[in-house]
Design a protein around this ligand. Structure first.
Ligand SMILES: Cc1cc2nc3c(=O)[nH]c(=O)nc-3n(C[C@H](O)[C@H](O)[C@H](O)COP(=O)(O)OP(=O)(O)OC[C@H]3O[C@@H](n4cnc5c(N)ncnc54)[C@H](O)[C@@H]3O)c2cc1C
Length: 597
């Protein structure tokens, strides 16, 4: 298993030099203390925890997995102790609201810590990871009483949270869900039904688990308009905050699965469990979006995490493993063969991993910073940031997880046959990465959201908000020696707009045209968006080199990687364009019966 080393230089590059986040946070009330120095110190501490405590448990956790018994779920050796340390060091409360015991740091800092923790051990991150969305949901929509009852313990990490949406008959289409909520005389609800695939639904790391549950009231309308949101604790909570009786919610079993084996994926039975309504009746799905948007950016981080970890392992191997000679003459003449990093094809794979990891880091930190502007910016700035987030969240979730999986797969390939052997740990990264394209809305569902709701549904307004920003950036840097990036970026930006118009027109005549175009459209958007972030990084690197500020190798590596991205990965957008322009007929014309022939 690659030993994780947090890429601190690159993290600082994005936060300080590309996003200039110190200056941004100075303008956001309550975040003035988030200076570059303070953030750097916190990130360094987080890196130590990820590298020293969690990374060593990644492979052993995968080997051991979780075990279920009538008494509950046991997580792998070392997991509860690591969680205890995490709580003692105050990590769960880092970016939570001080009103509930949080440290009030920006969400972006929380995302950086999650990246490091999750790269070291994604399965482990799933336990505290889901609490974050649970906290956000209660903060935004809970009653004063619910906030007082649950938030301080969740923020402190003494309790963890879950999201209970999926049932055996429905995941993407939550309109089909059946779990029932019957009103009780005391104002609570009796929740009855079975939820499946519930991450961290049961475990031995915290004393209580707070489930956020979607269910239907007796008189609720059919479909998504009849879903309400409830909070259901594993242990009921007394008025003084102490733990009361065990609630009627139990883990019936845990899934055996392809990856993230140390994360408990639970079947949860609610047998008339006591729950409390959050917000208005029948508004559950709308309220749940607070949770899901947070979770979607969290899941996008998984793509980055697995690209980074696989890259770290593959790079070390490619420098040591000897095989054949370089085509242009020996590079290691004293050895029996050259290290495989001399071979163009190995470099193609390594640079693909590097470009995906570093580009995604810039994209996702930017998104996290937008989230902070939405929370704390004045009305106009918050609205602008919210529009950009609405457009970029499905792109980040689906594109970065697809790209992250590709990067993880290259890691196996670079190891040759050894990549397929468990002991090296590279195949675990592929297995762990695979789920990210499924949960929190599959790639197909994100693509429909992007094209249908965000782009066409806003009449193109959300898209132009972003492409205008890209256009301003290009105009501001057009005469610099970075024109090699600006020219293609400008072309793709313009093409993205015309392409969207053309798809919209076709979809008006036949709605299947939107569905047929959606995933290629999303991948196209992903490559262009990543191109924008690579161009931003290239501009900074170029300026630093011109100013002779030192760290020359780092900035030159950035420019080389940007060039690789623009010349070898961005052109993939052309293939996606051609595919989506080909229309729906080649998918829909064949009668279903012919699929079996
Ligand atoms: C390890 C793991 C952890 C999970 N954790 C949680 C959790 O904590 N909480 C929770 O509630 N759920 C969780 N899930 C569930 C997960 O979110 C769902 O599995 C996922 O949303 C997909 O739903 P589904 O499995 O029902 O697939 P389906 O909805 O049946 O989809 C099957 C296929 O059809 C496609 N499809 C469906 N509808 C459309 C459409 N309209 N257009 C185009 N394509 C479509 C999908 O993209 C997919 O390819 C988890 C799942 C796993 C495996």
């Amino acid at each position: 298993m690659p030993e994780y080393k947090a890429p601190l230089r690159d993290i600082r590059f994005v936060i300080d030099e590309v996003l200039d986040s110190g200056a941004v946070y100075q303008t956001l009330p309550g975040y003035e203390e988030a200076t570059p120095d303070l953030m750097a110190a916190i990130i360094e501490e987080g890196a130590k925890f990820a590298e020293g405590v969690l990374s060593p448990l990644n492979q052993s956790g995968d080997e051991e997995g979780c075990t279920w018994s009538e008494d509950g779920v046991k997580t792998p050796a070392g997991f509860p102790e690591a969680y205890k340390q995490f709580v003692e060091n105050g990590w769960p409360s880092l970016s939570a609201d001080p009103e509930f015991g949080g440290q009030g740091m920006p969400n972006m800092l929380g995302i950086v810590i999650n990246e490091m923790v999750g790269t070291a051990n994604w399965s482990w991150l799933m336990y505290p990871g889901l609490s974050h969305g649970c906290i956000k949901t209660l903060e935004a929509h809970g009653s004063a009483e619910q906030k007082a009852q649950y938030l301080p313990k969740l923020v402190a990490g003494e309790w963890t949270g879950t999201m209970c949406l999926t049932e055996s008959q429905c995941g993407s289409d939550l309109g089909l869900l059946r779990t029932k909520a019957e009103p009780q005389a005391d104002g609570s609800y009796a929740i009855t039904g079975t939820k499946i695939f519930i991450s961290a639904g049961e475990h031995d790391m915290a004393e209580n688990i707070v489930h956020i549950v979607l269910a239907r009231l007796p008189d609720a309308p059919e479909g998504t308009k009849g879903i309400s949101l409830f909070v259901v604790p594993k242990f009921n909570v007394n008025e003084d905050g102490s733990l009361g009786a065990r609630n009627a919610v139990h883990c019936a079993s845990i899934e055996k699965k392809m990856g993230i084996k140390a994360s408990a994926t639970c079947v949860m039975n609610f047998d008339g469990a006591t729950g409390y309504l959050i917000g208005e009746p029948n508004r559950g799905l709308n309220l749940m979006f607070t949770f899901m948007n947070t979770a979607r950016i969290g899941t996008a981080i998984q793509g980055l995490a697995h690209a980074e970890l696989s890259y770290q392992g593959a790079l070390a191997y490619a420098r040591e493993r000897l095989a054949m000679r370089s085509l242009s003459g020996p590079k290691n003449p004293d050895g029996p063969a050259d290290p495989i990093i001399v071979h163009p094809d190995v470099r193609r794979m390594l640079l693909t991993q590097k470009a995906i990891a570093e580009g995604s880091r810039a994209m996702l930190y930017y998104l996290a910073m937008l989230g902070d502007v939405v929370d704390r910016g004045d009305e106009e700035r918050a609205k602008q940031a919210d529009d950009l987030m609405a457009l970029l969240t499905p792109i980040a979730k689906a594109f970065v997880t697809e790209a992250g999986f590709e990067a993880a797969n290259h890691g196996v390939q670079i190891f040759g046959g050894h990549g397929f052997i468990r002991e090296w740990g590279m195949e675990q990264i592929v297995r762990d990465a695979r789920i990210a394209m499924l949960y929190e809305g599959t790639t197909g569902i994100q693509a429909l959201d992007l094209l249908g709701r965000k782009v066409l549904g806003s009449g193109g307004k959300l898209l132009t908000a972003f492409t205008d920003q890209v256009g301003e950036f290009i105009a501001a840097h057009d005469d610099e020696p970075v024109v090699e990036f600006m020219d293609p970026l400008g072309r793709y930006k313009d093409e993205w707009l015309t392409l969207s118009l053309a798809v919209g027109e076709k979809a008006m005549a036949n709605a299947d045209e939107a569905g047929a175009a959606a995933v290629d459209y999303l991948m196209y958007a992903g490559y262009v968006t990543l191109g924008y972030f690579w161009a931003r990084m290239a501009v900074v690197a170029q300026a630093k080199l011109a100013a002779g500020e030192g760290d020359k190798d780092f900035y030159e590596a950035k420019l080389h990687t940007a060039r690789f991205y623009f010349q070898r990965l961005l052109p993939r957008a052309d293939a996606h364009r051609a595919a989506l322009q080909s229309g729906a007929d080649n998918l829909m014309a064949m009668p279903e019966a012919l699929f079996a022939l």
